[in-house]
Design a protein around this ligand. Sequence first.
Ligand SMILES: Cc1ncc(COP(=O)(O)O)c(C=O)c1O
Length: 441
Amino acid sequence: MKQILALNAFDPAQAAGLDAALAARVARRARLFGAASVLFYERPLTLVRGEGAWVYEADGTPYLDVYNNVPSVGHCHPKVVAAVSRQLARLNIHSRYLSDEVHDFAERLLATFPPRLSNVTLTCTGSESNDLALRLAMAATGGRGFVVTETAYHGNTALVTEISPASFKSATLPPHVRLVPAPDPGEAPAGRLGSWFAARVAEAIADLERNGIRFAAFLADSIFSSDGVFADPPGFLAETVEVVHRAGGLYVADEVQPGYGRTWAGLWGFSRHGTEPDIVTMGKPMGNGYPMAGVVTRPEILSAFCSSVGYFNTFGGSAVAAAAGGAVLDVIQAEGLIAHADRVGRHLREQLTALAGRRPAIVEVRGAGLFIGIELAAGSDARSGTGLATRAINGLRERHVLIGAAGRYGNVLKVRPPLCFSAADADHLVEALDATLEAAA
Ligand SMILES: Cc1ncc(COP(=O)(O)O)c(C=O)c1O
């Protein structure tokens, strides 16, 4: 398996080919941040400004951002900037005081969930949210066994890294974690993805129990982004959720990537499956770049945890975070971004499917709304697509389009732009991809 961040990473061994100014900047970065520094692209980028779906270098060179879902309503959206600036200038303090601003935001957020999911804990990152979700699940079930997909990424704390095989370089899977294959319709018997995937999860749970490990939870990114983007058919997760509940475990929907209107089913990806999670975690797009995240669950699940241990998060749920979060919800509504993402996403999938007819390197185009996977292969084996994806990512960067990749072999280009991405932006991406695949063939 290819480590996902390594796919389009800059390789310091190639630094000799960079011009002097760029090489000096890269060397400075390496000196300061050492082994943990990850840069994108064979020629790393220095960006200074962003607006809508575009980002810019200091000399004004524009790049179309097809990669970043954090600036979900558009880079530096003026309404979010104004709301955050206003609140920063008024009061910015931790969450142990009463605040109408924070309560208003929490009420608005919770109103987007099924009624039983009526408590929210605000945090700062998706990793913190998933860390808390694991602890909630352990407290509520008394178990400590987890099931996730084989290329899952759920974050970077010690606990969460254990259930994030996409991060493993030499690490091995801990005894309390079981992996299931991605829900790839190509691997399941025709028309039976739901029961096939549910059976894999049931086997994983049975294996935990056989080894004396009580099952706590199944965690899934609702669109299986790092596994390579698997959205369809809507509803295929429902049987798995039944299996999880019958086994006494909880279903945690990780909405850090698919959440906030990207997949056209209200705000949340789990809605496409007609399921009700026990715990929902969210982050990235929530504050349009202001670091905020959260966990939504039923009151009894939260109480089971809080009766045994305290939880306090200094920056989580500040009034500034609430201002950012409220402004993002306002913009999604005012600009009709959920319907827009659906419309532009359909247009883009159509154009990409037409391109696949001309470019055999595109094996499949799949996804929902503005979350699209473009699977590449150079031959019959999916593994042959890994090098092709790396060449496509770097070729697109040279054509001023920023994109990433995912999947077991890193051979799926991941399209996940700000929601304001336009039909003209979509056409620009398709033209650039066409030229890139021509050159990379
Ligand atoms: C599905 C998913 N969950 C959780 C996380 C962790 O979020 P954060 O980087 O904010 O800690 C990520 C980050 O990429 C993610 O993609």
